[in-house]
Design a protein around this ligand. Structure first.
Ligand code: ADP
Length: 474
């Protein structure tokens, strides 16, 4: 079974969030269960500058009335034989970020068409013909439609990592892709009617749709009416039989070759489940020294500064419990308004230390040196930070939602609180501190957390089953 996985990012080459982690770990895990996999992402300038891969070939196609050339660069994931390809186009694929909404739509429309042409390139040059295309999030969600329009009957799986990001923009994208309006009536369903919803189209046209935890799959199904994507979900159910129209939920895992305190070269002191007490104590000491904090119970937050992540709930809780004898380390970047609000508590409270930016090395050190990680997300499709933190013996204090609910056992290996409520978070912080004072209970909790298996092996088997079903149904 040959599967081509495609996305906007893939660690370690280019990562901005959990999607990047997944598009490294999943392609590495699938060959172990007998799936032949290759992945492909754009060749952004950032990747080019860092890696200087050799060009192995090129192909071309018509886009926006012009012939466009796409360069193919190849590599493998570190310590594996699993291929990853990078598609290069100075006109469309070099910039990883652009604020202009229509430019971004155009960039990913180009990438989607490039992928469909790349399928032919792989067959021709590598004698490797994909049985399934695995698309991820809106950036690759037009592939099912493009394949349909070109009458290429390759099954597609669309995995939704975050329903919030849908790729809404001008219908002009259709002209760029040479898709005639009457052939793609679906595309006019967006509101307002002159815009299209790329993720919505993926939901309607993909052979199968999945998301990254069973609870998030249920949450999506139960919040049809509140969701701008609901019309597409309904359309999907009408189009497919009841079971195939359903969104599957497969929990993500983490790559223990990357996230393992016993082997992690970036942390101050390595440790494992037998040496966690001294290991974490030493890591904490060095982390607090570097950040200029005193020795106290230490909570952290790591993540994108987006409304979803609930930093305002954490800020409220901090403002309400300024008498707590703890440290709070915040690492993140994103929305400038949220950053400003975080700077205010950073200035006001000497026990709060905020670091703005994307800093992989510091993230590892914070996971290793903190006692607790606070995850106040309003919703969380899966969330990887709780899984990573648990491997590093850092107990999650998290909202009871989505993948957090599916991966944390309240009172056993973490603490859950009612989402969206800073009062409940405050209580959860106090509960965490009480548990820490009870040495035996805390030690049992850390043991359970560190031993919990979030490896990709289980999820890889579930993806394989789903791929197989897609091929059998063909
Ligand atoms: P999301 O995908 O919604 O951003 P996840 O919890 O699934 O959230 O994954 C976040 C990933 O990004 C984790 O690997 C986390 O360590 C990493 N990360 C997030 N923000 C930062 C940051 N500012 N610096 C370094 N790593 C970060």
């Amino acid at each position: 079974m040959k599967v081509l996985i495609t996305a906007y990012e893939s660690a370690p080459f280019y990562k901005r969030g959990g999607l990047g982690d997944v598009i490294e770990s999943l392609p590495k895990a699938l060959p172990k269960v007998g799936v032949d996999v290759k992945s492909v992402i754009p060749y952004y300038n950032e990747i080019k500058k860092k890696y200087h891969f050799e060009k192995e070939g090129e192909f071309s196609f018509e886009f926006n009335g012009k012939t466009e050339n796409v360069g193919v660069y190849a590599s493998v994931y570190p310590d594996t034989k699993v291929s990853i390809y990078f598609l290069q186009s100075d006109n469309y694929l070099s910039l990883s970020k652009t604020k202009d909404k229509d430019k971004r739509m155009c960039q990913f429309a180009f990438f989607n068409l490039a992928i469909v042409n790349f399928i032919g390139y792989l067959s021709e040059h590598h004698k490797w013909t994909a049985d399934i295309i695995h698309c991820n999030d809106w950036h690759t969600a037009l592939i099912p439609l493009v394949l349909e329009q070109k009458k290429l009957a390759i099954p597609t799986l669309l995995t939704i990592h975050n329903l919030l990001y849908q790729g809404v923009g001008s219908l002009k994208v259709l002209d760029l892709l040479n898709i005639k309006n009457e052939e793609a009536r679906e595309l006019k369903r967006g509101v307002p009617a002159n815009e299209m919803n790329v993720l919505g189209e993926g939901i309607v046209h993909a052979t199968c749709v999945s998301t990254v935890s069973p609870s998030y799959a249920k949450e999506i199904a139960n919040s049809y009416d509140k969701n701008p994507i609901s019309q597409f979900l309904k359309k999907r159910e009408e189009k497919h039989s009841k079971t195939d129209g359903k969104i599957e939920g497969i929990l993500n895992g983490i790559g223990y070759d990357i996230w393992n305190p016993a082997k992690d070269e970036t942390i101050f002191h390595k440790f494992d489940v037998d040496t966690w007490e001294v290991g974490k104590k030493n890591n904490k000491e060095d982390l607090l020294r570097v950040l200029g904090l005193q020795d106290k119970p230490t909570f952290c937050f790591i993540g994108r500064m987006a409304a979803q992540k609930g930093l305002d709930i954490l800020i409220n809780a901090v403002n309400q419990c300024s008498n707590l004898d703890v440290n709070l380390i915040i690492l993140g970047s994103g929305d400038t308004r949220i950053q400003k609000a975080v700077s205010i508590i950073d200035k006001k409270c000497p026990w709060v230390k905020a670091e703005f930016g994307y800093n992989e090395e510091l993230a590892h050190k914070i996971y290793a040196g903190s006692d607790f990680i606070i995850i106040p997300s309003r919703y969380e499709p899966c969330g990887l930070i709780q899984m990573i933190a648990m491997k590093y013996g850092t107990i999650p204090v998290a909202s009871r939602t989505g993948g957090l609910k599916d991966s944390i056992l309240d009172g056993k290996d973490g603490i859950l609180f009612k989402k969206g409520k800073s009062l409940k978070l405050r209580k959860a912080i106090k509960r965490a501190l009480n548990i820490q004072k009870d040495k035996d209970r805390y030690s049992r909790m850390v043991h359970r957390a560190m031993k919990k298996d979030f490896s990709w092996d289980k999820s890889a088997v579930l993806y394989k089953k789903l791929y197989r079903r897609m091929l059998n149904d063909k």
